[in-house]
Design a protein. Structure first.
Length: 328
């Protein structure tokens, strides 16, 4: 019998490597996460940690690619991609989810939370867990709440020191009925504009000001246009990390567990990143010439308390509000 030729050995070796490589590739699941934030934003950094932790937990069997800065569209577009299964994970503001999940309106009720500890207690409670799962009927499964701080007003021409300073002012708000109602109650003119278009709208005077948290005010560079920032901290609307139910149903139990563990690590890290970023952002905008004010909150709270009347006759929402206020 003839001995196998050298090239036959080589062929077998190459073929084996190719097959093993294909098998290796086939054994790796890659998730796609898209969002609209800048890569310097603390929430983006937390999602980077999420991806690293997923890979660590799974020993490389599960990975996540991130597409930041609106590469795949704004929050609304990413939600739609999630619903049809063309994207696996995204991050959106809870205010945007009001249009799908009515219970999320609770986060846009002014002065709902007593302080940061109360906010986190609600996020981590059975109340929070229940809210995260409310979107499943819309093909959206919540994974966690990321801290998005408190939203406050920033203006081009003059600061907001009391509700009277908002009268007649055009204020950019998210596409949220609750945000619109809040600005109306304060005497302003609410103007829904997408986040990506806001810088230009401020420059061109389409609106007189907007409202957001310090890191978003800084990373968006809106401080280049708006030199007055009033920390009235009217709402604490979280960001919500979501996975499409199509994606979730395709994952096995082990993969789901990897994600859950990674999400917990990411959430803890995000809260620290956020706290640090808030301090850094305030310092940075002050250095850039922004005047920062700390108005008395009570007048704002008093003038917006009638928003709760929007829930008259809705016992489910009233019970949710009571439960949140009573959460320790």
């Amino acid at each position: 019998m003839k001995k196998p030729h050298f090239f036959q050995y080589l062929y077998v070796l190459i073929f084996s490597v190719f097959v093993l490589g294909c098998q290796s590739e086939a054994s790796i699941t890659t998730l796609r996460l898209g969002h609209s934030l800048d890569t310097q934003h603390p929430v983006h950094k937390a999602m980077v940690i999420l991806g690293q932790e997923i890979e660590k937990q799974s020993q490389g069997k599960l990975k996540m690619n991130i597409y930041p800065s609106g590469q795949l569209g704004g929050e609304r577009e990413c939600l739609e991609l999630l619903q049809i299964g063309s994207l696996d994970i995204t991050k959106v503001s809870a205010a945007v989810l009001e249009n799908f999940i009515p219970e999320y309106k609770v986060f846009s009720v002014p002065y709902m939370f007593r302080d940061k500890a109360h906010t986190f207690s609600v996020f981590d409670s059975e109340i929070g867990e229940s809210l995260l799962l409310k979107g499943e009927k819309f093909r959206l499964r919540g994974l966690t709440f990321y801290d998005a701080g408190s939203r406050s007003f920033y203006m081009k021409e003059a600061p907001i020191k009391s509700p009277a300073d908002l009268v007649g002012k055009k204020i950019r708000v998210q596409k949220s009925n609750m945000a619109v109602a809040m600005v109306n109650n304060l005497g302003g003119s609410p103007t829904p504009i997408s986040w990506g278009e806001l810088y230009t709208a401020l420059q061109q005077g389409v609106v007189d000001g907007a409202e957001n948290n310090p890191p978003s005010f800084y990373t968006s560079k809106h401080y280049e246009v708006c030199k007055f920032y009033s920390l009235d901290e009217h709402t604490a609307v979280p960001d919500v990390l979501l996975i499409g139910t199509d994606t979730w149903s395709r994952l096995n139990d082990e993969q789901k567990e990897w994600i859950k563990k990674a999400v917990k690590v990411s959430t803890i890290a995000q809260r620290k990143l956020w706290a640090d970023s808030e301090k850094e952002s305030i310092a940075a905008v002050k250095k850039a010439g922004v005047q920062v004010f700390y108005p008395e909150k009570k007048p704002f709270e008093e003038q917006t308390k009638d928003i709760l009347k929007l829930f008259d006759g809705n016992e489910e929402m009233k019970s949710l509000i009571t439960a949140i206020k009573n959460q320790q």
